[in-house]
Design a protein around this ligand. Structure first.
Ligand code: F0G
Length: 458
Protein backbone atom coordinates (compact mmCIF):
# COMPACT_ATOMS: atom_id res chain seq x y z
CA UNK A 1 0.00 0.00 0.00
CA UNK A 2 1.32 3.43 -0.89
CA UNK A 3 1.83 5.43 2.26
CA UNK A 4 -0.39 8.52 2.44
CA UNK A 5 0.97 12.01 2.88
CA UNK A 6 1.32 13.13 6.51
CA UNK A 7 2.37 16.39 8.16
CA UNK A 8 6.09 17.04 8.77
CA UNK A 9 5.47 18.08 12.41
CA UNK A 10 3.99 16.83 15.65
CA UNK A 11 2.09 18.85 18.24
CA UNK A 12 3.80 20.04 21.44
CA UNK A 13 1.05 22.19 22.93
CA UNK A 14 -2.72 22.16 22.52
CA UNK A 15 -5.39 24.79 23.07
CA UNK A 16 -8.93 23.69 23.92
CA UNK A 17 -11.64 25.02 21.62
CA UNK A 18 -15.25 25.10 22.72
CA UNK A 19 -18.01 23.13 21.10
CA UNK A 20 -21.56 24.44 21.13
CA UNK A 21 -24.99 23.45 19.87
CA UNK A 22 -26.97 24.72 16.90
CA UNK A 23 -29.50 26.23 19.33
CA UNK A 24 -26.80 28.14 21.21
CA UNK A 25 -25.29 29.44 17.97
CA UNK A 26 -28.66 30.62 16.67
CA UNK A 27 -29.06 32.67 19.85
CA UNK A 28 -25.47 34.02 19.81
CA UNK A 29 -25.48 35.09 16.16
CA UNK A 30 -28.82 36.85 16.66
CA UNK A 31 -27.33 38.68 19.67
CA UNK A 32 -24.34 39.58 17.45
CA UNK A 33 -26.81 41.16 14.96
CA UNK A 34 -25.80 38.53 12.42
CA UNK A 35 -22.30 40.00 12.13
CA UNK A 36 -19.60 37.35 12.57
CA UNK A 37 -17.07 40.00 13.65
CA UNK A 38 -19.23 40.60 16.74
CA UNK A 39 -18.84 37.04 18.06
CA UNK A 40 -16.43 36.46 20.91
CA UNK A 41 -13.95 33.73 19.98
CA UNK A 42 -15.23 31.29 22.65
CA UNK A 43 -18.46 31.05 20.64
CA UNK A 44 -16.55 29.87 17.55
CA UNK A 45 -15.46 26.26 17.10
CA UNK A 46 -13.27 26.59 13.97
CA UNK A 47 -12.17 30.14 13.23
CA UNK A 48 -11.50 30.77 9.54
CA UNK A 49 -12.05 34.54 9.67
CA UNK A 50 -8.44 35.13 8.65
CA UNK A 51 -5.05 33.47 8.23
CA UNK A 52 -3.45 36.68 9.50
CA UNK A 53 -1.64 36.39 12.82
CA UNK A 54 -3.68 33.32 13.72
CA UNK A 55 -1.10 30.60 13.04
CA UNK A 56 1.02 28.50 15.40
CA UNK A 57 4.69 29.25 16.00
CA UNK A 58 7.26 26.45 16.04
CA UNK A 59 9.32 25.36 19.04
CA UNK A 60 12.31 27.09 17.42
CA UNK A 61 10.36 30.35 17.20
CA UNK A 62 9.29 30.11 20.85
CA UNK A 63 12.94 29.39 21.70
CA UNK A 64 14.09 32.46 19.77
CA UNK A 65 11.51 34.56 21.62
CA UNK A 66 13.42 34.01 24.86
CA UNK A 67 16.55 35.43 23.25
CA UNK A 68 14.89 38.63 22.05
CA UNK A 69 16.99 41.75 22.64
CA UNK A 70 14.72 44.55 23.87
CA UNK A 71 17.27 47.37 23.42
CA UNK A 72 15.61 50.52 22.11
CA UNK A 73 18.42 51.16 19.64
CA UNK A 74 20.63 48.66 17.86
CA UNK A 75 18.78 45.56 19.06
CA UNK A 76 20.58 42.34 18.17
CA UNK A 77 17.20 40.86 17.19
CA UNK A 78 16.79 43.68 14.66
CA UNK A 79 20.23 42.98 13.19
CA UNK A 80 19.49 39.29 12.91
CA UNK A 81 16.11 39.94 11.27
CA UNK A 82 17.67 42.43 8.85
CA UNK A 83 20.20 39.78 7.83
CA UNK A 84 17.48 37.17 7.21
CA UNK A 85 15.34 39.63 5.20
CA UNK A 86 18.36 40.53 3.09
CA UNK A 87 19.21 36.86 2.55
CA UNK A 88 15.66 35.98 1.46
CA UNK A 89 14.70 39.09 -0.54
CA UNK A 90 18.03 40.53 -1.65
CA UNK A 91 16.78 44.05 -0.74
CA UNK A 92 19.46 46.21 0.88
CA UNK A 93 17.46 48.44 3.21
CA UNK A 94 15.04 47.29 5.88
CA UNK A 95 12.54 48.94 8.23
CA UNK A 96 10.38 47.01 10.71
CA UNK A 97 6.75 48.09 11.27
CA UNK A 98 4.02 46.78 13.55
CA UNK A 99 2.03 45.14 10.71
CA UNK A 100 1.48 45.20 6.94
CA UNK A 101 -0.78 48.25 6.70
CA UNK A 102 1.73 50.19 8.78
CA UNK A 103 4.41 49.38 6.21
CA UNK A 104 2.02 50.72 3.55
CA UNK A 105 1.38 53.85 5.59
CA UNK A 106 5.11 54.60 6.02
CA UNK A 107 6.19 53.83 2.45
CA UNK A 108 3.20 55.47 0.75
CA UNK A 109 3.78 58.60 2.85
CA UNK A 110 7.01 58.92 0.83
CA UNK A 111 5.81 57.72 -2.57
CA UNK A 112 2.10 58.54 -3.09
CA UNK A 113 0.84 62.07 -3.81
CA UNK A 114 -2.61 63.50 -4.54
CA UNK A 115 -3.68 62.72 -8.10
CA UNK A 116 -1.31 59.74 -8.50
CA UNK A 117 -2.33 56.46 -10.06
CA UNK A 118 -1.13 53.14 -8.68
CA UNK A 119 -1.78 50.13 -10.92
CA UNK A 120 -1.55 46.57 -9.59
CA UNK A 121 -3.02 43.08 -9.97
CA UNK A 122 -5.67 43.53 -7.23
CA UNK A 123 -4.98 45.86 -4.34
CA UNK A 124 -5.80 44.51 -0.90
CA UNK A 125 -8.31 46.71 1.03
CA UNK A 126 -5.71 48.37 3.27
CA UNK A 127 -3.40 48.99 0.30
CA UNK A 128 -6.25 50.60 -1.61
CA UNK A 129 -7.24 52.48 1.56
CA UNK A 130 -3.75 53.96 2.02
CA UNK A 131 -3.65 55.02 -1.63
CA UNK A 132 -7.16 56.54 -1.66
CA UNK A 133 -6.57 58.24 1.70
CA UNK A 134 -3.84 60.22 -0.11
CA UNK A 135 -6.37 61.20 -2.80
CA UNK A 136 -4.71 58.93 -5.34
CA UNK A 137 -6.27 56.13 -7.40
CA UNK A 138 -5.65 52.39 -7.03
CA UNK A 139 -6.25 50.72 -10.39
CA UNK A 140 -6.74 46.95 -10.58
CA UNK A 141 -5.33 45.42 -13.77
CA UNK A 142 -6.53 41.93 -12.88
CA UNK A 143 -6.62 39.36 -15.70
CA UNK A 144 -10.22 38.61 -16.77
CA UNK A 145 -9.79 34.89 -16.04
CA UNK A 146 -9.75 35.72 -12.30
CA UNK A 147 -13.45 36.65 -12.40
CA UNK A 148 -14.54 33.26 -13.72
CA UNK A 149 -14.43 30.93 -10.71
CA UNK A 150 -14.42 27.83 -12.94
CA UNK A 151 -11.50 28.89 -15.12
CA UNK A 152 -8.44 26.73 -14.34
CA UNK A 153 -5.72 29.31 -15.21
CA UNK A 154 -2.74 28.32 -12.98
CA UNK A 155 -1.76 31.94 -12.24
CA UNK A 156 -5.00 33.86 -11.76
CA UNK A 157 -3.11 36.47 -9.73
CA UNK A 158 -1.33 37.75 -12.86
CA UNK A 159 -1.41 41.37 -13.99
CA UNK A 160 -3.00 41.91 -17.41
CA UNK A 161 -0.03 43.43 -19.30
CA UNK A 162 -2.27 45.08 -21.93
CA UNK A 163 -4.39 46.75 -19.24
CA UNK A 164 -1.20 47.94 -17.54
CA UNK A 165 0.21 49.25 -20.84
CA UNK A 166 -3.03 51.21 -21.40
CA UNK A 167 -2.80 52.81 -17.95
CA UNK A 168 0.80 53.82 -18.71
CA UNK A 169 -0.17 55.17 -22.17
CA UNK A 170 -3.08 57.20 -20.85
CA UNK A 171 -1.31 58.89 -17.93
CA UNK A 172 1.79 61.02 -17.45
CA UNK A 173 4.61 58.75 -16.19
CA UNK A 174 5.32 61.06 -13.26
CA UNK A 175 1.77 60.35 -12.00
CA UNK A 176 2.56 56.64 -11.60
CA UNK A 177 4.82 56.39 -8.54
CA UNK A 178 5.03 52.59 -8.73
CA UNK A 179 3.21 49.42 -9.78
CA UNK A 180 2.32 47.04 -6.94
CA UNK A 181 2.13 43.25 -7.38
CA UNK A 182 0.30 41.45 -4.58
CA UNK A 183 1.72 37.96 -4.09
CA UNK A 184 -0.36 35.90 -3.75
CA UNK A 185 -3.39 37.85 -4.93
CA UNK A 186 -5.68 37.73 -1.89
CA UNK A 187 -8.63 39.54 -3.48
CA UNK A 188 -8.86 37.13 -6.41
CA UNK A 189 -8.74 34.06 -4.20
CA UNK A 190 -5.19 33.57 -2.92
CA UNK A 191 -4.14 33.10 -6.52
CA UNK A 192 -0.44 33.17 -7.45
CA UNK A 193 1.43 35.37 -9.92
CA UNK A 194 3.80 33.59 -12.32
CA UNK A 195 7.50 34.41 -12.59
CA UNK A 196 6.90 35.03 -16.30
CA UNK A 197 4.28 37.67 -15.46
CA UNK A 198 6.47 39.30 -12.81
CA UNK A 199 9.32 39.46 -15.35
CA UNK A 200 7.04 40.97 -17.99
CA UNK A 201 5.70 43.62 -15.58
CA UNK A 202 9.22 44.42 -14.48
CA UNK A 203 10.51 44.74 -18.06
CA UNK A 204 7.66 47.04 -19.02
CA UNK A 205 8.00 49.19 -15.90
CA UNK A 206 11.78 49.42 -16.16
CA UNK A 207 11.47 50.71 -19.73
CA UNK A 208 9.49 53.65 -18.26
CA UNK A 209 11.57 53.85 -15.06
CA UNK A 210 8.48 53.06 -12.96
CA UNK A 211 9.45 51.17 -9.77
CA UNK A 212 7.85 47.79 -9.03
CA UNK A 213 6.83 46.97 -5.46
CA UNK A 214 5.56 43.72 -4.02
CA UNK A 215 2.81 43.43 -1.43
CA UNK A 216 4.49 40.29 -0.16
CA UNK A 217 2.20 39.01 2.62
CA UNK A 218 2.06 35.51 1.08
CA UNK A 219 5.25 35.54 -1.05
CA UNK A 220 6.40 32.10 0.11
CA UNK A 221 3.08 30.50 -0.90
CA UNK A 222 3.45 32.27 -4.26
CA UNK A 223 6.99 30.85 -4.65
CA UNK A 224 5.62 27.37 -3.88
CA UNK A 225 3.07 27.65 -6.72
CA UNK A 226 5.81 28.80 -9.11
CA UNK A 227 7.84 25.74 -8.16
CA UNK A 228 5.03 23.27 -8.75
CA UNK A 229 3.20 24.95 -11.64
CA UNK A 230 5.72 26.87 -13.76
CA UNK A 231 8.17 25.34 -16.20
CA UNK A 232 11.81 25.60 -15.26
CA UNK A 233 11.36 25.96 -11.49
CA UNK A 234 10.81 22.35 -10.39
CA UNK A 235 14.42 21.90 -9.31
CA UNK A 236 14.85 25.29 -7.66
CA UNK A 237 14.46 25.78 -3.90
CA UNK A 238 11.75 28.08 -2.53
CA UNK A 239 14.49 30.44 -1.33
CA UNK A 240 16.03 30.58 -4.83
CA UNK A 241 12.62 31.29 -6.37
CA UNK A 242 11.83 34.01 -3.80
CA UNK A 243 15.20 35.67 -4.39
CA UNK A 244 14.70 35.64 -8.16
CA UNK A 245 11.16 37.00 -7.85
CA UNK A 246 12.24 39.92 -5.66
CA UNK A 247 15.14 40.68 -8.02
CA UNK A 248 12.58 41.92 -10.59
CA UNK A 249 11.30 44.57 -8.15
CA UNK A 250 12.55 47.60 -6.28
CA UNK A 251 10.98 47.04 -2.89
CA UNK A 252 8.30 45.40 -0.82
CA UNK A 253 5.84 45.82 2.00
CA UNK A 254 5.23 42.82 4.21
CA UNK A 255 2.55 41.68 6.60
CA UNK A 256 4.61 39.25 8.69
CA UNK A 257 1.35 37.91 10.14
CA UNK A 258 1.04 35.65 7.12
CA UNK A 259 4.23 34.18 5.65
CA UNK A 260 6.36 35.48 8.52
CA UNK A 261 4.62 32.86 10.71
CA UNK A 262 4.20 35.30 13.59
CA UNK A 263 1.15 36.78 15.32
CA UNK A 264 2.09 40.41 14.77
CA UNK A 265 4.60 42.30 12.64
CA UNK A 266 5.46 43.80 9.30
CA UNK A 267 8.29 45.44 7.40
CA UNK A 268 9.50 47.40 4.40
CA UNK A 269 12.52 46.32 2.35
CA UNK A 270 13.92 48.22 -0.62
CA UNK A 271 16.95 49.11 -2.70
CA UNK A 272 16.61 52.87 -3.13
CA UNK A 273 18.61 54.66 -0.43
CA UNK A 274 16.84 58.01 -0.95
CA UNK A 275 13.38 56.46 -0.47
CA UNK A 276 14.68 54.52 2.53
CA UNK A 277 16.03 57.70 4.15
CA UNK A 278 12.70 59.49 3.71
CA UNK A 279 10.79 56.45 5.00
CA UNK A 280 12.88 56.36 8.19
CA UNK A 281 11.39 59.74 9.17
CA UNK A 282 7.81 58.46 8.81
CA UNK A 283 8.78 55.21 10.55
CA UNK A 284 10.02 57.14 13.58
CA UNK A 285 6.86 59.28 13.61
CA UNK A 286 4.31 56.50 13.14
CA UNK A 287 5.95 53.26 14.27
CA UNK A 288 8.97 53.70 16.52
CA UNK A 289 12.73 53.95 16.21
CA UNK A 290 14.14 52.40 13.05
CA UNK A 291 15.56 49.36 14.85
CA UNK A 292 12.21 48.21 16.22
CA UNK A 293 9.38 50.01 14.36
CA UNK A 294 6.57 48.90 16.66
CA UNK A 295 7.89 45.39 17.23
CA UNK A 296 9.28 43.91 20.44
CA UNK A 297 12.81 42.50 20.19
CA UNK A 298 11.41 39.04 20.94
CA UNK A 299 8.89 39.32 18.11
CA UNK A 300 11.64 40.29 15.68
CA UNK A 301 13.63 37.26 16.87
CA UNK A 302 10.65 34.94 16.27
CA UNK A 303 10.06 36.51 12.86
CA UNK A 304 13.65 35.90 11.76
CA UNK A 305 13.11 32.17 12.41
CA UNK A 306 9.57 32.26 10.94
CA UNK A 307 10.72 33.70 7.61
CA UNK A 308 13.31 30.98 7.33
CA UNK A 309 10.77 28.23 8.11
CA UNK A 310 8.09 29.65 5.78
CA UNK A 311 10.50 29.46 2.84
CA UNK A 312 11.18 25.74 3.28
CA UNK A 313 9.43 23.39 0.85
CA UNK A 314 8.42 20.83 3.52
CA UNK A 315 6.46 23.42 5.48
CA UNK A 316 4.79 24.91 2.38
CA UNK A 317 3.88 21.51 1.01
CA UNK A 318 1.94 20.59 4.17
CA UNK A 319 0.38 24.05 4.34
CA UNK A 320 -0.90 24.12 0.76
CA UNK A 321 -1.85 20.44 0.79
CA UNK A 322 -4.15 21.05 3.74
CA UNK A 323 -5.96 23.91 1.95
CA UNK A 324 -6.11 21.86 -1.27
CA UNK A 325 -7.48 18.84 0.58
CA UNK A 326 -10.38 20.89 1.92
CA UNK A 327 -10.94 22.41 -1.54
CA UNK A 328 -10.95 19.01 -3.27
CA UNK A 329 -13.37 17.62 -0.72
CA UNK A 330 -15.77 20.50 -1.43
CA UNK A 331 -15.40 20.04 -5.18
CA UNK A 332 -16.22 16.35 -4.71
CA UNK A 333 -19.43 17.40 -2.91
CA UNK A 334 -20.33 19.74 -5.76
CA UNK A 335 -19.83 22.93 -3.70
CA UNK A 336 -18.95 25.83 -6.07
CA UNK A 337 -15.52 27.25 -5.17
CA UNK A 338 -12.88 29.43 -6.83
CA UNK A 339 -10.70 27.17 -9.03
CA UNK A 340 -7.90 26.28 -8.87
CA UNK A 341 -7.64 26.14 -5.07
CA UNK A 342 -5.41 29.01 -3.90
CA UNK A 343 -2.82 29.28 -1.18
CA UNK A 344 -4.36 30.44 2.05
CA UNK A 345 -8.12 30.07 1.72
CA UNK A 346 -11.11 28.52 0.04
CA UNK A 347 -13.42 30.99 -1.66
CA UNK A 348 -17.00 29.75 -1.99
CA UNK A 349 -18.99 31.17 -4.89
CA UNK A 350 -22.25 32.28 -3.25
CA UNK A 351 -23.81 33.38 -6.56
CA UNK A 352 -23.71 29.74 -7.63
CA UNK A 353 -24.37 28.29 -4.16
CA UNK A 354 -27.49 30.26 -3.18
CA UNK A 355 -28.80 32.07 -6.29
CA UNK A 356 -32.25 31.71 -4.66
CA UNK A 357 -31.41 34.45 -2.15
CA UNK A 358 -31.80 37.90 -3.75
CA UNK A 359 -28.54 39.83 -4.09
CA UNK A 360 -29.85 42.77 -2.11
CA UNK A 361 -30.41 40.37 0.77
CA UNK A 362 -26.66 39.69 1.00
CA UNK A 363 -26.47 36.08 -0.12
CA UNK A 364 -22.77 35.56 0.73
CA UNK A 365 -23.36 36.94 4.23
CA UNK A 366 -26.39 34.64 4.56
CA UNK A 367 -24.22 31.66 3.61
CA UNK A 368 -21.49 32.64 6.10
CA UNK A 369 -24.13 32.89 8.86
CA UNK A 370 -25.56 29.49 7.95
CA UNK A 371 -22.09 27.93 8.11
CA UNK A 372 -21.68 29.35 11.60
CA UNK A 373 -25.08 28.06 12.75
CA UNK A 374 -24.60 24.60 11.26
CA UNK A 375 -20.95 24.02 12.25
CA UNK A 376 -19.70 26.79 14.54
CA UNK A 377 -17.34 27.73 11.69
CA UNK A 378 -16.54 31.42 11.19
CA UNK A 379 -15.69 32.52 7.65
CA UNK A 380 -15.96 35.99 6.16
CA UNK A 381 -18.14 37.59 3.50
CA UNK A 382 -16.27 39.05 0.52
CA UNK A 383 -19.19 40.44 -1.44
CA UNK A 384 -21.73 43.24 -1.34
CA UNK A 385 -21.37 43.93 2.38
CA UNK A 386 -17.59 44.37 2.04
CA UNK A 387 -17.91 46.31 -1.24
CA UNK A 388 -19.85 48.98 0.65
CA UNK A 389 -21.94 51.79 -0.86
CA UNK A 390 -20.99 54.12 -3.67
CA UNK A 391 -19.69 57.25 -1.89
CA UNK A 392 -21.84 59.52 -4.13
CA UNK A 393 -25.10 57.68 -4.82
CA UNK A 394 -25.05 55.77 -1.48
CA UNK A 395 -26.36 52.75 -3.38
CA UNK A 396 -24.94 49.29 -2.74
CA UNK A 397 -22.03 48.40 -5.02
CA UNK A 398 -22.50 44.88 -6.36
CA UNK A 399 -19.08 43.31 -7.05
CA UNK A 400 -18.46 40.77 -9.79
CA UNK A 401 -18.24 37.94 -7.27
CA UNK A 402 -20.12 37.15 -4.05
CA UNK A 403 -17.73 35.03 -2.01
CA UNK A 404 -17.38 33.49 1.41
CA UNK A 405 -13.71 33.16 2.33
CA UNK A 406 -12.55 30.34 4.57
CA UNK A 407 -8.99 31.34 5.48
CA UNK A 408 -6.95 28.54 6.98
CA UNK A 409 -4.59 29.55 9.82
CA UNK A 410 -1.09 28.09 9.44
CA UNK A 411 -0.17 24.89 11.38
CA UNK A 412 -3.29 25.30 13.54
CA UNK A 413 -6.09 22.91 12.60
CA UNK A 414 -5.89 19.20 11.83
CA UNK A 415 -6.98 17.00 8.95
CA UNK A 416 -10.13 16.10 10.92
CA UNK A 417 -11.05 19.77 11.22
CA UNK A 418 -10.93 20.00 7.41
CA UNK A 419 -13.23 16.97 7.15
CA UNK A 420 -15.62 18.60 9.62
CA UNK A 421 -15.74 21.88 7.65
CA UNK A 422 -16.36 20.01 4.38
CA UNK A 423 -19.20 17.98 5.95
CA UNK A 424 -20.89 21.10 7.37
CA UNK A 425 -20.78 22.73 3.93
CA UNK A 426 -22.08 19.61 2.23
CA UNK A 427 -25.09 19.56 4.55
CA UNK A 428 -25.86 23.19 3.76
CA UNK A 429 -25.34 22.58 0.05
CA UNK A 430 -27.73 19.61 0.05
CA UNK A 431 -30.54 21.75 1.48
CA UNK A 432 -29.68 24.93 -0.44
CA UNK A 433 -32.96 25.06 -2.37
CA UNK A 434 -34.75 25.85 0.92
CA UNK A 435 -32.78 29.10 1.25
CA UNK A 436 -35.07 31.81 -0.13
CA UNK A 437 -34.36 34.93 1.89
CA UNK A 438 -31.39 36.64 3.49
CA UNK A 439 -30.81 39.68 5.65
CA UNK A 440 -31.45 43.40 5.73
CA UNK A 441 -29.12 46.04 7.18
CA UNK A 442 -30.47 47.95 10.20
CA UNK A 443 -27.34 49.92 11.10
CA UNK A 444 -24.06 50.65 9.31
CA UNK A 445 -21.00 52.90 9.47
CA UNK A 446 -20.40 55.38 6.60
CA UNK A 447 -17.23 53.51 5.49
CA UNK A 448 -15.72 50.06 6.19
CA UNK A 449 -19.20 49.00 7.27
CA UNK A 450 -18.51 45.27 7.30
CA UNK A 451 -16.77 45.34 10.69
CA UNK A 452 -19.69 46.81 12.64
CA UNK A 453 -22.78 46.49 10.42
CA UNK A 454 -25.94 45.11 12.07
CA UNK A 455 -28.43 42.89 10.24
CA UNK A 456 -31.94 41.61 10.75
CA UNK A 457 -33.20 38.31 9.36
CA UNK A 458 -35.81 38.68 6.64
N1 F0G B 1 -1.70 42.93 2.01
C1 F0G B 1 -2.41 41.79 1.88
C2 F0G B 1 -2.36 41.03 0.60
C3 F0G B 1 -3.18 41.32 2.95
O1 F0G B 1 -3.88 40.20 2.81
C4 F0G B 1 -3.18 42.06 4.16
C5 F0G B 1 -3.98 41.61 5.30
C6 F0G B 1 -2.42 43.23 4.24
C7 F0G B 1 -1.70 43.64 3.14
C8 F0G B 1 -2.40 44.08 5.48
O2 F0G B 1 -1.62 43.48 6.45
O3 F0G B 1 -3.22 42.98 8.32
O4 F0G B 1 -0.73 43.04 8.67
O5 F0G B 1 -1.97 45.12 8.31
N2 F0G B 1 -4.86 40.70 5.19
C9 F0G B 1 -5.64 40.12 6.29
C10 F0G B 1 -6.65 39.16 5.69
C11 F0G B 1 -6.23 41.09 7.24
O6 F0G B 1 -7.50 38.67 6.46
O7 F0G B 1 -6.59 38.86 4.50
P1 F0G B 1 -1.91 43.66 8.02
Amino acid sequence: MKLPYAEPYKIKMVETIKRSTVEQRKKWIKEAHYNLFNLSSDKVYIDLLTDSGTGAMSDKQWGALMEGDESYAGSQSFLKLKEVVNKITGFKFFLPTHQGRAAENVLFSVLVKEGDIVPGNSHFDTTKGHIEFRKATALDCTIDEAFDTENLHPFKGNIDIDKLQKVIDKNPIEKIPFVIITITNNSSGGQPVSMENIKAVSKLCRSYKIPVLFDSARFAENAYFIKIRENGYQNKTIKEIAKELFSYGDGMTMSSKKDGLVNMGGFIALNDEEVYKKATVFNIMFEGFITYGGMSGRDMAALAVGLDEATEFEYLESRIRQVTHLGNKLIEFGVPVQHPIGGHAIFIDANKFVPTIPRDEYRAQALAIELYIVGGIRGVEIGTVLADRDPFTRKNRYPELELVRLAIPRRTYTHNHMEYIAAALKNIFDSRSEAKSGYTIIDEAPIMRHFTVKFEKI
